[in-house]
Design a protein around this ligand. Structure first.
Ligand SMILES: *Cc1c(COP(=O)(O)O)cnc(C)c1O
Length: 434
C-alpha cells in the first residue's frame, strides 16, 4: 500500500472536472408561468392595447399597483427604462444647456437620457464600496449650469440619497433616481424611486421585475411632473377621462407609451415578486457568506439602513490581500475570470470602461453641428474617475444567474468553483505573472 499523499486540486482549465454541472450554469430568467402566459393572452380579449386611451387597461392597473408599492402618488408607464429617464427629465424641464450629474459607473442609458433632452451629462466618481455616486464628488461638480443630479442605484444597492438630496435642495437642482436595477430596494426604509423628484424603473427582460420584452415605469409624488410625463409620452397630448381626444400637442411630445401586453406580463410577475425577492435574499446571503472568507475577495455589502435588490453581484479582487504581492489587480482579475469560467462559474465583467470614456461622450457626439454639447460650458473640467477605473479593473460580476428563486443549488456549486480556484492561488500567481 502506498502512503496517501494530497494530490493538488486539478482545475477544470487544466483538464479537471468543472465544479458546476452544465445544467446549473444558466437557470432561466425570467421565470415564465402559465399564469403569465394567460395574462398576456387575456389582453387580446378586448382590452385596450395601447395606453393612449382613457380608462382601465393593463397599463393603468400596473401604474396603480407600482405607485402603491413605491409609496408614490403617480406612476407613468413608458416604452422602456431609457424613455422613462428621458421622460422624467423632460417633465422636470431639463433641457438645452443644462448639465446633469451622472455617475461614471452605470449602464450607458443613464448618460444618454440627458443627451436625448439636449442636456449634457457631467460624470462624477463613485463610492468604492457601494459603487454609487460619491456625494463629495457630486458637490465638487456643481456649477452654474447644473440642473439635476441623476443617482443610479447600481446593481440594486441604493445610492446615498440623503446627502444628494441635501445638495439638490441647497442648489435648487432636480433629483431623478435611476432605479432600473433596483426594484424593491429601500433606502432608510423607503422604496427607492420614491425619494427624488422622479424615479424610473426598467422592465427590460433581464431586470428584477421583467416584462416579456421592453418596458419602463416612472414614479413621482408631483402631480405636475406626472401630468407632463403623460403628455411627453403621448405626442404632447392630454388624454382625459370623459373627453374626446382632440389631437392637439400642448407641449413637445414623443411616442413613449407602454404596451398593454408588456404591462399584463409584468403585473402577473408582480404577484410573485415578493416571493422571488425573499428567495433571492436568502440564496444570495448564503452564497456571499461562503465566499466572504476567501482572502482577496471582497463580497458586496449592504450599507446600514439599506436593502439591496441584488440585481448584479460585484466582487472586488485584491491580490495583495490574497497573499500574492507583486501581482497587478488587473492580471489577478483576468486569471480568475478564466479559471472560474472553466469551472462553469458564469462570472463576467459589467461595464468595460467609465461612461465618460464611451465614444459618444468622449467625442461629444449628438445631433450634429455640435448639439447639444455646444450649449455646455466649454471650460468644464473633467475628472479622471480614479475609483471607477479601479473598480472596473479589479472586479468581476455575477449577472442574471442568481435571479431565479431556485438558484440556491447553482449558487452552492458556484461557491465550490470559487473555493476550488482559491485552493490553487499558487497557480493563479504563476499565471498572473506570466
Ligand atoms: C437597464 C438600465 C437602463 C435602461 O433600461 P432599458 O429598459 O433597457 O431602456 C437604465 N439605467 C440602468 C442603470 C439600467 O441598468
Amino acid at each position: 500500500m502506498s502512503t496517501p499523499t494530497t494530490t493538488p486540486i486539478r482545475l477544470a482549465a487544466f483538464g479537471g472536472s468543472p465544479a458546476v454541472p452544465r445544467g446549473l450554469r444558466t437557470l432561466p430568467w425570467p421565470v415564465v408561468t402559465d399564469e403569465d402566459k394567460a395574462a398576456v393572452l387575456s389582453t387580446l380579449d378586448g382590452e385596450p392595447l395601447v395606453s393612449n386611451v382613457d380608462g382601465e387597461s393593463a397599463v393603468s392597473r400596473l401604474e396603480r399597483t407600482w405607485a402603491r408599492r413605491c409609496g408614490s402618488r403617480w406612476c407613468v408607464g413608458t416604452s422602456n427604462g431609457t424613455t422613462a429617464l428621458s421622460t422624467a427629465l423632460a417633465a422636470l424641464g431639463i433641457g438645452a444647456g443644462d448639465e446633469v450629474i451622472v455617475p461614471a459607473l452605470s449602464f450607458i442609458a443613464s448618460g444618454l437620457a440627458p443627451l436625448h433632452q439636449m442636456a449634457v451629462p457631467v460624470f462624477a466618481d463613485i463610492d468604492p464600496v457601494t459603487f454609487n455616486l460619491d456625494p463629495a464628488a457630486v458637490r465638487a461638480l456643481i456649477g452654474p449650469r447644473t440642473a439635476a443630479i441623476l443617482p443610479v442605484h447600481l446593481h440594486g444597492h441604493p445610492a446615498d440619497l440623503d446627502p444628494l438630496a441635501g445638495l439638490a435642495g441647497a442648489h435648487g437642482l432636480a433629483m431623478v433616481e435611476d432605479a432600473a436595477q433596483a426594484h424593491g430596494a429601500r433606502y432608510r426604509g423607503r422604496p427607492v424611486g420614491s425619494l427624488g423628484d422622479a424615479g424610473t424603473f426598467s422592465l427590460q427582460v433581464t431586470k428584477n421585475l421583467p416584462t416579456c420584452g421592453e418596458g419602463g415605469l416612472l414614479v413621482t409624488g408631483d402631480e405636475d411632473v406626472a401630468k407632463k410625463a403623460r403628455m411627453a409620452r403621448q405626442f404632447g397630448e392630454v388624454i382625459e377621462a370623459g373627453r374626446d381626444r382632440d389631437y392637439v400637442s400642448y407641449q413637445l411630445g414623443w411616442n413613449h407609451k407602454l404596451s398593454a401586453v408588456q404591462a399584463a406580463f409584468t403585473l402577473s410577475q408582480l404577484s410573485r415578486f415578493d416571493e422571488y425577492e425573499a428567495a433571492r435574499q436568502a440564496n444570495v446571503r448564503r452564497f456571499l457568506d461562503r465566499l466572504a472568507p476567501l482572502p482577496g475577495l471582497t463580497v458586496p455589502t449592504v450599507a446600514e439602513g439599506s436593502t439591496h435588490a441584488w440585481h448584479i453581484l460585484r466582487f472586488r479582487l485584491d491580490p495583495e490581500a490574497a497573499g500574492l504581492s507583486g501581482v497587478a489587480p488587473g492580471a489577478f482579475r483576468r486569471v480568475l475570470h478564466r479559471l472560474l469560467r472553466a469551472e462553469g462559474v458564469p462570472v463576467s465583467r459589467y461595464q468595460l470602461m467609465p461612461l465618460p470614456d464611451q465614444r459618444v461622450f468622449r467625442d461629444r457626439l449628438g445631433f450634429g453641428r455640435g448639439h447639444p454639447w455646444s450649449a455646455a460650458d466649454p471650460d468644464r473640467a473633467d475628472g479622471d474617475w480614479p475609483v471607477t477605473r479601479q473598480v472596473i479593473d479589479d472586479s468581476l460580476t455575477l449577472q442574471k444567474r442568481h435571479l431565479n428563486p431556485a438558484a440556491g443549488p447553482a449558487l452552492d456549486r458556484f461557491a465550490d468553483g470559487f473555493e476550488k480556484v482559491w485552493g490553487r492561488l499558487d497557480l493563479v500567481a504563476r499565471m498572473a505573472a506570466a
